[in-house]
Design a protein around this ligand. Structure first.
Ligand code: FES
Length: 121
């Protein structure tokens, strides 16, 4: 089962360094890609669950993987996408992969749903 994905080319892997947090338009939706310490790539919704602020503009500490939203200082762990403060919210996570041609691709589900978790607060 599982929903089918459209794998969309986003950026050359050589342009996203370890410790980087970058914003991209992927098929019309804002997606941020985090290159975690140790090399793992993560892709999440690019807009804060609180209000319409771009998360990649926040303050990310790659050592702890904690992202502080510049809007109102909500905190997220980019290893998991979970909200730390407040807890109980989470970022939508996209599958991400690197092709043999060293392109980073993000998997956009073809489920017709909105991929933007909101959390009132
Ligand atoms: S918009 Fe991110 S914490 Fe308010």
């Amino acid at each position: 089962m599982g929903s089918e994905l459209d794998w969309v080319d986003v950026v050359d892997a050589s342009e996203v360094w370890e410790g980087d947090l970058l914003d991209f338009d992927v098929d019309g939706e804002e997606v941020m890609i985090a290159h975690l310490e140790g090399g793992e790539l993560k892709a999440y919704q690019g807009i804060c669950p609180h209000q319409e602020i771009a998360l990649a503009d926040g303050d990310w500490d790659a050592d702890t993987s904690v992202l502080l939203c510049k809007g109102h200082n909500w905190e997220f762990d980019l290893r998991t996408g979970q909200g730390l403060n407040p807890s109980g919210c989470s970022l939508f996570e996209y599958p991400v992969r690197v092709t043999d041609e060293k392109k980073i691709q993000v998997g956009v589900p073809r489920d017709g749903q909105r991929r933007y978790n909101r959390f009132p607060g």
